[in-house]
Write a protein that binds this ligand. Sequence first.
Ligand code: NAP
Length: 255
Amino acid sequence: MFTPIAGRSLVVTGGSKGIGKGIAQVFATKGAKVLLTGRHAATGNAVVDEITAAGGSAAFFEGDVSSWDDMQAMVSRAIELHGGIDILCANAGIDGEAGIAEMTPDEWNEIISVNLTGSFLAVRACLPNMIERGSGRIILTSSITGPLTAIPRASHYAASKAGQLGMMRTAALELAQSGITVNAIMPGNILTPAVVASGTEYIRKMTATVPMKKLGTVEDIAYAALYFASDEAGYVTGQTIVVDGGQVLPEALTD
Ligand code: NAP
């Protein structure tokens, strides 16, 4: 049995939908006090209502991860509500589609500023509180796309997800003696609103590529985050875990 995380303070960016919502719900079920974020209050507050109705503790903070002011305000709110931050899941992210030969600098910058700079700003904003307390768990949602695999028309997304891992490893090293661990999850294809928006043909193709012949669930990712957040993972830092139903394994196309 792992040490319970009941009473721990979790901040999850992009906690209003998809993987972040799954993380918020699973951690709340385990008794964590959750502050979930996103840019749209109605969606975020609906998740808070669901968690509260199920007996959990959650609040919503409206903010954009690409804004330094918003990330500082998010941390102030977590301290005000929960006395500090034990766990940060820097999860908010977006995708986009453009071939590298036609991609505009604005398209590139939008993805990098949300996925990569946004992860940095969330981490940077939480660190003073974690350092002061001498403990913390930072968990980034990266991807297999970029660090391990590639999809045409997603070079900006792939670069942002690979970039997160470079930041994660460096931060883990810098913080190794601070009581703070920094790790990342690399999801494969997880059934979330973002993936549903990619269309049924995308989902059909991806399902065919996964050896388990199914897409992942948000809970599959949340339980990996729960491991990194545990006391028992205290000696694990600068590491990644792939959660992809075996998608990166095949050397050849198989049935
Ligand atoms: P999603 O269903 O679209 O949810 C994205 C979440 O991020 C929402 O809560 C969204 O809320 C929030 N968000 C987006 N832009 C934001 C911004 N600028 N500031 C603050 N919040 C923002 O996406 P998802 O599939 O769950 O993806 C979550 C993370 O997992 C991303 O980092 C993604 O790259 C990664 N990932 C997903 C998959 C997958 O298969 N689904 C695979 C690998 C990696 P608002 O729109 O209200 O802001």
